[in-house]
Design a protein around this ligand. Structure first.
Ligand code: NAG
Length: 454
């Protein structure tokens, strides 16, 4: 297969996944309902795979030896005990991007056949589900009803609360009865349920500890849970508004395990990138991974030990497009140059009519058949590009500014425009992509960037 074909395939694969995830989540759910036997609350659909969890934690989670150990022990213990006296309650602490959501996904995948897609796994995101503090009373009763209903339906249900530091303390307290050692609450037993809280707060001391180890030249793996224990005490919460801090869950020992996530170092980011390359079917390329990891931001400012933002493997497709899009050609080039001898021999692309010619009908067709839900953007783009490309005497370059959240189609549209002007599409050597966080990450280097860009 030629590199270009592979590229296109991969590209289509990435994009369709983004689109499907974004727009058709609801429809695919319904299709699943129609075509599959329905997931039921029994061992056909729910059974814990201890070796699977262990292998996943070891092979897919990077730089988190403490979290990995505790989670394995906690989940193993809980799942192998048929007479647990209370539900399992985990509280995961760490900066965003260190792997909290990812670990949660691994746990779900090794308990539920359908993983995070299981109808017995419930995810709450504070800013999304409970945005208005004035509606706290409504949220409370809705949440209680929801949890009660779901656990009545299936005892082995999993509830994940993300951004719990942004959650109202009263709301957190409203679920307290379900976390306790009760035989049942109003006739419902919660003892088989799993509650996971994801917390971005209380992490400053975790970072300090990791940094101290690093400064003393000690191995990160030497950090033990006891070194971090105080970091997880309530006094360590930097955000005194934290809902979690003010709830009575901590005070009343409702949490079975506090689990610290260390900030990630450069090498972990490299491992992460390699794993992601593998996940989309590319041969992991260490040089490429190093290159990508180097371009991220690190802190503290001078030592640059920890990455500010490791990408989150849970948002795999969108993330990959944003991260790998401009590099795909390089990655694939490296792959094809790597000994297979399959390098396609192209005549080099030239700046002439053979390689660059606008296909108005093609663009219209693409916009109409491949871009969904953007009736406002569509005619504007079509008119703008048509007008510009059919005018041989344009007085200025065309400048478009596309606005919208990630996943709404901005990249996709840019690609369609490129596809219908350049024979090589976005791959053309006359098309240039800049991603701010990747190419211009450091504010203090603005002058260098300026002159380079010009
Ligand atoms: C458990 O996980 C292991 C490792 O991922 C896998 O090989 C095995 O097939 C899984 N077992 C079951 C019953 O799914």
């Amino acid at each position: 297969m030629k590199a270009v074909q592979v590229y296109l395939l991969l590209y289509v694969f990435l994009m369709t996944n983004v689109l499907v995830n974004t727009f058709f989540g609801g429809i695919t759910d319904k299709l699943r309902w129609i075509f599959k036997s329905q997931e039921s609350c029994d061992s056909d659909w729910i059974s814990f795979n201890a070796t699977g969890l262990q292998a996943d934690l070891k092979g897919k989670l990077f730089g988190q030896h403490i979290a990995s150990d505790i989670i394995l022990k906690a989940v193993n213990g809980f799942m192998s005990n048929d007479n647990s006296e209370k539900p399992l309650v985990l509280s995961l602490h760490g900066l965003s991007g260190t792997g909290k959501s990812f670990v949660t996904k691994l746990i779900a995948e090794n308990i539920y056949k359908e993983g995070m897609g299981s109808r017995f796994v419930h995810l709450f995101i504070s800013s999304l589900h409970f945005p208005h503090s004035s509606q706290i009373d409504t949220y409370k009763s809705q949440l209680q009803q929801w949890i009660k209903g779901k656990v009545t339906d299936c005892g082995r249900s999993m509830f994940i609360f993300d951004e719990v530091d942004k959650m109202h303390p009263g709301l957190i307290d409203s679920i307290k009865p379900y976390l306790d050692y009760y035989n049942n609450v109003d006739g419902v037993s919660y003892r088989k349920a799993i509650f996971i809280f994801l917390n971005n707060d209380g992490t400053q001391r975790i970072t300090e500890t990791a940094l101290n180890f690093w400064r003393e030249g000690r191995d990160r793996e030497e950090i033990e849970f006891k070194d971090l224990e105080t970091s997880l005490s309530t006094s360590a919460f930097t955000n005194k508004q934290s809902g979690f801090l003010h709830s009575s869950l901590i005070e009343q020992s409702m949490i079975d395990y506090f689990i610290p996530f260390l900030p990630l170092e450069y090498t972990h980011v490299v491992q992460c990138v390699m794993a992601q390359m593998k996940a989309i079917g590319l041969k992991p390329d260490q040089n490429e991974a190093y290159k990508l990891a180097r371009d991220l931001q690190y802190f503290p400012k001078f030592e640059r030990v920890f990455s500010v933002k490791a990408f989150d493997p849970t948002v795999i497709f969108e993330g990959l497009w944003e991260i790998f899009g401009p590099f795909l050609r390089d990655i694939l080039g490296a792959l094809f140059n790597g000994g297979s001898g399959n390098v396609p021999t192209h005549s080099p692309e030239k700046c002439d009519f053979d390689w660059i010619s606008f296909r108005a009908a093609g663009l219209q067709g693409d916009l109409k058949s491949k871009l969904f839900g953007q009736h406002v953007a569509l005619p504007i783009i079509l008119k703008a590009v048509n007008g510009f490309m059919s005018n041989d005497n344009s007085e200025k370059p065309m400048v478009l500014s596309l606005h919208g959240p990630t996943g709404t189609g901005k990249n996709f549209v840019s690609n369609m425009i490129a596809d219908n002007i350049y024979k090589e599409g976005i791959n053309s050597r006359f098309v240039h992509v800049f991603i701010s966080t990747l190419h211009f990450p450091h504010v203090h280097q603005i002058d260098t960037y300026k002159s380079q860009l010009q």
